[in-house]
Write a protein that binds this ligand. Structure first.
Ligand SMILES: Nc1ncnc2c1ncn2[C@@H]1O[C@H](COP(=O)(O)OP(=O)(O)OP(=O)(O)O)[C@@H](O)[C@H]1O
Length: 676
């Protein structure tokens, strides 16, 4: 293989020292090509006199016309515009370097056929030239070599320059060349197109007329496509690199957490902010399944379906490990709608009162009753309907399940909302006082009675709601009085004889089985039926664990605000522990657990370590477990109550708070344990 090179003042043919990557020389039988299609007179008539004869191809005629307009001299012997590497610039050198081996490969296909192969860049300057000595010798005579400008404007109609002009493959034979010195050549050239569809180079196979030009144009075309795909790959890699760099810069520059996920749901990239928000070490998640952290599979399917509708390309996604974290998945699609992946944007949760349930509650009182479980929704639905009436309601459920929360919501949703909501724990009032507490007393009714007497809770609740908590603890002898008030709508103060009209709606609550109390003779049947006109049951938290995260989120918002502590991330073990626990104290216990965790968290990340010990105990009693564990639980409960009561020196409020149960419940339990 020989090579034509520029020696500063002239071209020189040298044996090429370059080694082709692979050799695939094809020898084929000679093909006799028609010498040329135009006679000398046709060429002369046009180029010298502008006379147009039949038989000139359109593409050639248009090129000749351009050459005449550009003042190309048809008698010029050699190319005069030859530039050095330095003059041709960086892009020229880059293109030459990445196409050199391909020129050599193509040369192997035309070896010994008296041809040469050359590539020119977009302006027409030749990048390099390889060929047989015969072809290179002829090329040298024309200054047809690397650095020479083979555009139409420079050397007239020729395969390279004209292919660049008309943007399609072309063979120019003999007298179709505009300059007479090229009439002994046949040149086959195919443009190489860039991303934008414009030619960036031309591959040319040329040689004297008597060389073997069989399939030269097909070869040029094939080579051009081959180079084109290499250029595309390089361009694609560069674009990817640029995009990746940009993405990395953006990822690093934003405070939002960003995670890039491929269509198979694997994490391609994520920034430190995202790692921070999820509480995992940065950089360790590349290739991991996104579903470990995010609830993606369903969203993926939905996205795939709706990808054509732009407004459906963004979805809120749940983060398993931190449900309080707002996460939005943005679908990325190709122009034909194929899902190419997702960008997950994780926004730092702002625990602000705005938009929190407490502010929303001003609109709908039932929004304070948190929960989406069926049992809670059913309870709220009944409560919502009964709130429109004055009907007596009985709320049943374990301690801390939200009976008072629901009673308040009923009051606030009723026509009585402007009136008072008065709550009383029937179990907490000493039996000797209960009558006067509820109905009031007149002056002098008993020793120590206030001067002028006192209103009872019924009078205080006039035009509003009286919430009778722990109604099962009401002494039997008092129950008949209560029944009377419910029937008559009037009270008589202790020591008085004048009935006072009261307009009070009664909501009663108990954690006991009231029907059983009736059966045991501890509760009046008539009062029982009078109270439970509408009965609403509130489920224990362990039976509605699907509400757990919502409640946690609510209490996190509340306590991060009231305790002025920012919660940046919640680790998975925090939720694991909460889910494992059986919550005997229900939502109240959960509330206190979250308050304690936020208060005790050492930095701004919540983990299981921040939770009270009883909750994280893995060997603790399980819900619904066998008898000896229930016994164990009771024993532990009694111990805890004794310890707390002693620790707080008999202060029931503080002890109840520490135990995570209500004051009334503690009061009842203390009584049962004979501690009062
Ligand atoms: N569904 C709920 N949504 C929001 N908070 C709740 C809910 N249920 C309970 N709570 C919270 O739990 C705590 C206890 O609720 P509440 O006093 O209403 O329970 P209770 O059933 O009346 O308990 P007790 O029978 O011991 O008096 C409250 O601090 C309340 O904020």
């Amino acid at each position: 293989m020989y090579e034509l090179i520029w020696q500063g003042s002239r071209f020189q043919i040298i044996p090429s020292k370059r080694v082709p990557k692979r050799s695939g020389a094809t020898k084929s039988s000679p093909l006799i090509l028609s010498a040329h299609t135009l006679d000398l007179k046709t060429w002369k008539d046009y180029v010298l006199q502008g006379l147009c004869a039949d038989g000139i191809r359109d593409v050639i005629l248009r090129s000749w016309s351009r050459c005449r307009e550009n003042g190309v001299d048809p008698s010029q012997g050699k190319c005069r515009d030859i530039r050095s590497d330095a003059e041709l610039g960086e892009a020229f050198r880059f293109l030459r370097d990445i196409t050199l081996d391909m020129q050599m490969e193509i040369y192997e296909l035309i070896r010994d056929r008296g041809l040469l192969v050359t590539i020119s860049e977009e302006r027409g300057y030749l990048l390099g030239m390889f060929g047989d000595v015969k072809a290179l010798t002829a090329a040298d005579r024309l200054n047809f070599g690397p650095g020479a400008n083979w555009s139409e404007a420079s050397v007239g109609t020729n395969a390279i320059g004209t292919a660049l002009q008309c943007c399609h493959p072309l063979q120019v034979k003999g007298r179709e060349h505009f300059c007479e010195s090229h009439h002994g050549w046949i040149c086959s050239a195919a443009p190489i197109f860039g991303w934008d569809g414009k030619p960036v180079a031309v591959l040319d196979i040329s040689g004297p007329m008597d060389s073997d030009h069989r399939q030269a144009l097909e070869l040029a075309l094939h080579g051009a496509r081959h180079i084109e795909s290499r250029l595309y790959r390089i361009e694609a890699a560069q674009q990817m690199f640029r995009a990746f760099n940009l993405v990395q810069k953006l990822f690093g520059a934003t405070s939002a957490g960003l995670v890039l996920v491929d269509p198979e749901g694997r994490i391609l990239e994520g920034n430190n902010a995202a790692a921070d928000l999820l509480g995992i070490p940065p950089g360790q998640w590349r290739g991991a399944k996104a579903e470990l952290w995010f609830d993606l599979p369903r969203s993926f399917k939905a996205f795939a379906k709706n990808i054509a509708e732009p407004e459906k390309r963004v979805r809120a996604v749940r983060c398993h490990t931190n449900p309080a974290l707002p996460v939005f998945a943005h679908a990325m699609s190709s122009p034909n709608g194929t899902v190419m992946g997702f960008l997950l944007i994780l926004q730092e949760p702002h625990f602000s009162p705005k938009g929190s349930s407490s502010s929303r509650s001003t609109k709908d009182p039932f929004q304070k009753v948190l929960g989406r479980s069926r049992a809670i929704c059913r309870a709220v639905d009944v409560a919502r309907r009964v709130a429109r009436t004055d009907t007596t309601v009985l709320l049943v459920g374990e301690s801390g399940t939200g009976k008072e929360v629901l009673a308040r919501a009923i009051h606030e949703a009723s026509r009585r909302k402007a009136g008072p909501f008065v709550a009383v724990n029937c179990g907490a009032i000493p039996s000797g006082l209960i009558q006067s507490v509820l109905f009031g007393y007149e002056e002098g009714a008993f020793t120590g009675a206030r001067r002028g007497g006192s209103r009872g809770l019924f009078e205080s609740a006039d035009s509003g709601t009286l919430f009778l908590d722990e109604i099962a603890e009401m002494p039997l002898d008092m129950q008949v009085n209560l029944l009377r008030v419910l029937e008559d709508g009037q009270v008589t103060r202790v020591g008085g004889n004048k009935p006072i009209k009261v307009d009070v709606r009664i909501i009663a609550a108990t954690h006991r089985d009231l029907a059983q109390r009736v059966a045991d003779g501890l509760f009046r049947e008539d009062l029982f039926y009078r109270l439970q006109v509408v009965r609403i049951a509130l489920p224990p938290l362990r039976e509605r664990k699907e509400d757990l995260e919502l409640l946690v989120q609510h209490f996190l918002t509340l306590y991060s605000k009231t305790l002025a502590r920012r919660v940046r991330a919640v680790l998975p073990d925090f939720y694991d522990a909460l889910h494992r626990y059986h919550w005997p104290g229900n939502v109240r216990e959960l509330r206190h657990a979250i308050e304690a965790a936020v208060a005790l968290m050492p930095n701004d990340v919540l983990s299981a370590d921040c939770l009270p010990e009883a909750i994280v105990q893995k060997d603790g009693p399980a819900p619904g477990s066998c008898d000896h564990l229930d016994f164990n639980l009771r024993r532990r409960e009694a111990e805890s109550i004794r310890q707390a009561y002693a620790h707080f020196q008999g202060n029931i409020s503080q002890a109840a708070r520490a135990l995570g149960i209500g004051r009334n419940t503690l009061y009842a339990k203390l009584k049962k344990l004979n501690l009062l």
